[in-house]
Write a protein that binds this ligand. Structure first.
Ligand SMILES: Cc1cc2nc3c(=O)[nH]c(=O)nc-3n(C[C@H](O)[C@H](O)[C@H](O)COP(=O)(O)OP(=O)(O)OC[C@H]3O[C@@H](n4cnc5c(N)ncnc54)[C@H](O)[C@@H]3O)c2cc1C
Ligand SMILES: *[C@@H]1O[C@H](CO)[C@@H](O)[C@H](O)[C@H]1NC(C)=O
Ligand SMILES: CC(=O)N[C@H]1CO[C@H](CO)[C@@H](O)[C@@H]1O
Length: 685
């Protein structure tokens, strides 16, 4: 096997004889892999079938001239929107012509790699109808939505209120005489603001409004409101709708028409209230249905699973670019005419990059686990068993928060790892970052989500021993007494790479931080005051709880057989890197709670350095396993063949500013300065 590998390497090296060093370098890197890359691709994709599906869609998009993305940088916002609409229409044509399943269609949209209103229509509007509409309502609305005879968005957030949904101001007042609701926007702050797809495209919106009937306020409910004509797309009477303007980044999420929406006493039929959980009768009586409210939370688990999956894809994308470029890029370390060092060989580069590589894999397994958590939870709900809801809610909220924050920071770190060139749009990183960062805010602000986890942790500790023992991801807290008293026993470097040791360390950290907060809160004059005083520490406790879950899910995923030469071994190395890099970056937690001694942290650090050495030869192949095509990556630095300099050069020459050697504006603004024809009055001073 080994000799076969070496001869393959030689073969590649010989055949690249005439090639640039950058390209030779990546080929050599690949020849050093100690595992079967194709088998790893299957593991990453979550099975042979999804790997093939991804490859099929990647190819379809890359080979279709309608989906080309080269010119996007130069577009104005209006041009970008039109380009996005054109692509969405073309995709819809393909989806119908080729009879794609929902899964295939989703995969196609992902590969087009340009967010659009369609993401909101399929990803939010339709699921909301499924979750909140009665069977009869679904029968009416879903066929229209599935055929895109209507296009919808999800209008919850207002200018004045986002996170605190209960304080939204838009009203829907029941009017018995017309058997409908009057939807109204009472103040400027009540303007709907942010919904994606609303600004320029949607014909319908799911509007969250305060339900008023018989003079009583029943709180926030969802209503379907038609906002544009199905004939000529004009806003309907009483509706003001527009785009909220340009967002962060040069294109990024600007391909989505996030919108604003105001209602001036707009009448909608009573049946347009989404009535699965509650109804209003003809007489205006508010009635709860017999469907348990908890059911609405099931969909949330699914959404959060998708967000964690997206986090792994986006981080993997940034890491692919940074790893390939770090292998190609050389600086310093010259010895008698030899090439300079690959920056990937610098320990500092490795210590920033390899933990992110490991994190991408960690989130991938986390996402897979969340899929099964979703089906398990739904199965319990079907049997009217909602006992796991608080735990599942807290855990998925926290995982969404940690995964998106870490990914956003990780993409930015990858940009820095690419030095100056990472700042160029043609590196692909600025756009990736700009598209990604709002996920720290939407579907729940990340800080607020961690505070929810904290509330759950505090409650769990409070009720320990009362017979209501914690379950699932919080089960370890029932051992809190032992976890806070028994310190770590690691005595040598290699002690650190035991799953039991790692797991226990993360349990101890989390339990100790949580208990510390609980003690602090108990000492306060009121629970609320204590919680608020301790809230910064509570974020730390929540983070510790979530990182414990991620570490144990990664380890759990490796308990099974994983086929393919060397695949499991690589994953084990990555899992240890993930866990130990957390031990060292969060050393403050471990030291302050007294679980680790400074010497034990040192041992973790040197174990981590050993692991970096092990992963070094495999780094390029480990990102190859993500199976991103050059078209999808859209990065001069992350190219599969390593030909980065020529690519950067060509991209620069394509810039429209270079269309003429003498720049526009020369005659009016530059020449007069050079010719001393400007500011004659100034020159006298
Ligand atoms: C790109 C993008 C797309 C979006 N798409 C949609 C959409 O399709 N439909 C829709 O309805 N909305 C959408 N939104 C809106 C989004 O859901 C909200 O912005 C989000 O819920 C955060 O709410 P907020 O803006 O009110 O933030 P705020 O809650 O005002 O946050 C401001 C700051 O206050 C802090 N904070 C707030 N409350 C607390 C607290 N209790 N304790 C401690 N700190 C606190 C936050 O952590 C944050 O730092 C979108 C937003 C973006 C950026
Ligand atoms: C509690 O600790 C014991 C001993 O370390 C262990 O065997 C058990 O699995 C732990 N229980 C939970 C729920 O983690
Ligand atoms: C778009 C364009 O015309 N680019 C030009 C920029 O300048 C270089 C150098 O003169 C030309 O080679 C490019 O064609």
């Amino acid at each position: 096997m080994r000799s076969l590998l070496i001869s393959k390497a030689l073969f590649i090296a010989l055949h690249l004889g005439g090639c640039k060093m950058e390209m030779k370098t990546l080929a050599q890197e690949r020849s050093k892999a100690e595992f079967d890359v194709e088998a790893m691709k299957v593991v990453w994709a979550g099975g042979e079938a999804s790997l093939r599906l991804n490859q099929r869609m990647a190819e379809l998009v890359a080979n279709d001239p309608e989906f080309q993305k080269d010119s996007r940088v130069m577009q104005t916002r209006s041009e970008l929107l039109k380009d996005t609409f054109r692509k969405a229409a073309h995709a819809w044509e393909l989806i119908n012509k080729l009879h794609f399943t929902e899964e295939e269609a989703r995969c196609l949209r992902k590969h087009i790699d340009q967010p659009s209103y369609a993401d909101l229509h399929w990803g939010v509007f339709i699921p909301a109808i499924k979750g909140q509409a009665t069977d009869a309502q679904q029968k009416k609305w879903l066929p229209l939505a599935y055929s895109q005879a209507i296009i919808g968005c999800y209008a919850q957030t207002e200018l004045g209120h986002g996170s605190n949904v209960q304080r939204l101001e838009t009203t829907a007042t029941f009017e018995p005489s017309t058997d409908g609701f009057i939807v109204n926007t009472p103040t400027i702050a009540a303007t709907k603001w942010w919904p994606g797809g609303l600004g320029k495209v949607s014909t319908h919106a799911i509007v969250h409004a305060r339900l008023l009937t018989n003079g009583k306020d029943y709180g926030i409910h969802a209503f379907i409101v038609q906002i544009r004509s199905l004939e000529d797309h004009q806003p309907l009477p009483g509706i003001t709708v527009a785009d909220i303007g340009t967002k962060f980044g040069s294109r990024a999420y600007n391909s989505v028409d996030n919108g604003l929406l105001r209602f001036n006493n707009v009448h909608i039929p009573r049946e347009n209230m989404l009535m699965r959980l509650a109804t209003v009768t003809k007489e205006g009586k508010y009635v709860h249905s017999n469907v348990p409210t908890q059911l609405a939370y099931g969909a949330m688990v699914n959404v959060r699973k998708s967000i964690v999956m997206d986090a792994s894809y986006s981080l993997a994308r940034a890491v692919t670019i940074a790893v390939r470029y770090s292998a190609v890029r050389r600086q310093f370390g010259v010895q008698d005419g030899q090439p300079e060092m690959q920056v990937l060989d610098y320990m500092t580069q490795q210590s920033r990059l390899f933990p992110l590589l490991a994190t991408a894999y960690a989130y991938r397994f986390l996402g897979q686990w969340m899929s099964s958590l979703y089906s398990d939870t739904m199965a319990c709900f079907e049997n009217n068993d909602f006992s796991t809801l608080p735990e599942v809610h807290a855990c998925t909220a926290g995982l969404k928060s940690i995964a998106t924050s870490t990914t956003a920071d990780g993409i930015e770190e990858c940009r820095k790892l690419c030095g100056g060139h990472g700042y160029l749009t043609s590196s692909g990183l600025p756009d990736l970052f700009a598209v990604y960062v709002p996920s720290c805010t939407y579907e729940g602000d990340n800080v607020i989500l961690l505070l929810q986890v904290a509330r759950y942790l505090m409650k769990t500790l409070k009720f320990l021993g009362s017979g209501k023992e914690p379950s699932g991801t919080a089960a370890y807290l029932s051992n809190v007494t032992e976890l806070v008293s028994k310190n770590c026993e690691v005595a040598k470097e290699s002690d650190w790479i035991s799953p039991k040791t790692l797991r226990y360390a993360f349990e101890a950290r989390s339990a100790r931080l949580a208990l510390k907060c609980a003690t602090q809160i108990a000492a306060a004059s009121t629970q609320d005051e204590g919680f608020s005083e301790a809230s910064c520490e509570l974020l730390g406790a929540s983070r510790a709880h979530c990182e414990l879950i991620i570490v144990t899910r990664f380890m759990g995923a490796l308990e099974r057989e994983i086929p393919g030469r060397g695949v499991k071994n690589q994953l084990q190395i990555l899992c240890n890197i993930y866990a130990l890099s957390l031990v060292t970056t969060r050393a403050g937690d471990f030291l302050m709670t007294g679980y680790l001694s400074p010497e034990q942290v040192e041992l973790a650090k040197s174990q981590l350095r050993d692991l970096f050495k092990k992963v070094r030869h495999n780094a390029v192949s480990l990102v190859d396993a993500f199976d991103y095509t050059d078209f999808y990556l859209g990065s001069s630095l992350g190219r599969y063949d390593g030909n980065v300099y020529e690519s950067l050069y060509n991209e620069a020459l394509k810039d429209p500013t270079n269309a003429s050697a003498v720049t526009e504006g020369y005659t009016e603004f530059i020449r007069p300065i050079l010719k001393q024809q400007l500011g004659t009055s100034m020159s006298r001073l």
